[in-house]
Design a protein around this ligand. Structure first.
Ligand SMILES: NC(=O)c1ccc[n+]([C@@H]2O[C@H](COP(=O)([O-])OP(=O)(O)OC[C@H]3O[C@@H](n4cnc5c(N)ncnc54)[C@H](OP(=O)(O)O)[C@@H]3O)[C@@H](O)[C@H]2O)c1
Length: 238
């Protein structure tokens, strides 16, 4: 059985990645910041089966690296896929009032953990050389629509990370893709309360990426409900 390592696993998008992985008969290796977060994850997805959790600080450049070292030592399951959806910070401070502390805080939470996850896991996936490996990054449309200044700018940085990753992995065993999300997704019963899409419904997009070897180096647009059924994707760098 293959395994997906998930960074940001305890969040709304992380829950959708877990639903997709389990429905694709994959094991989940979920990075959590503590036991309380792990319990939130289990409540979000409604099961503990086929999910291994490991504690790490994803905001440190050592966090995911230490997890990968444990994988090398056989203390954690080997993984073939990575899904990154760390972040979720979107303060409303206007651009004119932003302090550098605000900007750095948003970069530290929304951008850096995804970059650290990439740097820690890509060398492992390349060395394993599994021809079915994938790496998936979830970004948000707020980077284009300009709302929420600090969060928007961190999304811009994530788009660029995805460009670099698509280019760097074009000729490797790793199928890198970006999911560009323009919908509001929430895990669990709160989705209905806020008129959002439930994480398990959004999960279909990742399921399809996992199942479709032809989707490589692409941005998958998910901005309306129809995008779940009629996939909208194109190569990021043509
Ligand atoms: N949900 C949406 O509708 C949506 C839409 C567009 C794009 N996105 C993209 O998806 C990303 C995640 O969104 P989300 O809704 O899943 O966010 P979320 O529910 O707030 O989850 C964020 C994840 O990051 C972790 N995290 C945040 N701050 C952390 C910190 N200081 N230290 C350690 N871990 C930390 C959280 O861990 P804890 O659980 O321990 O806090 C959680 O696993 C966003 O940044 C964005 O790029 C989401």
């Amino acid at each position: 059985m293959q395994t997906v390592l998930i960074v940001g696993a305890t969040g709304n998008i992380g829950a959708s990645a877990i639903h997709a992985a389990l429905r694709s008969n994959l094991h989940v290796l979920a990075i959590v910041r503590n036991q309380a977060s792990a319990e939130k994850l289990f409540a979000n997805v409604g099961t503990r089966e086929d999910i291994t959790t490991v504690e790490a600080d994803i905001t440190s450049d050592r966090g995911v690296k230490d997890v990968v070292e444990k994988v090398w030592k056989g203390e954690l399951p080997a993984f073939q896929h990575v899904y990154a959806a760390a972040g979720g910070l979107f303060d409303t401070t206007s651009i004119l009032d932003l302090t550098m502390e605000d900007v750095r805080k948003h970069m530290r939470v929304n951008f850096e953990p995804n970059l650290f996850a990439y740097q820690a896991t890509i060398p492992y996936l390349l060395k394993q050389n599994d021809p079915t490996s994938t790496w998936t990054l979830c970004t948000g449309a707020s980077g284009d629509n300009g709302g929420r200044a600090a969060a928007s700018m961190t999304q811009g940085a994530l788009y660029s990370l995805a460009n670099v990753a698509c280019l760097d992995n074009a000729d490797t065993n790793v199928r890198f893709n970006e999911i560009y999300l323009g919908l509001f997704v929430i895990a669990g019963a709160a989705a209905e309360q806020f008129g959002a899409m439930e994480a398990s419904e959004f999960a279909i997009v990742y399921e399809k990426i996992l199942a479709r070897p032809d989707i490589k180096g692409c941005r998958m647009m998910v901005c309306q409900r129809e995008d779940l059924t009629d996939l909208r994707f194109s190569e990021k760098l043509e």
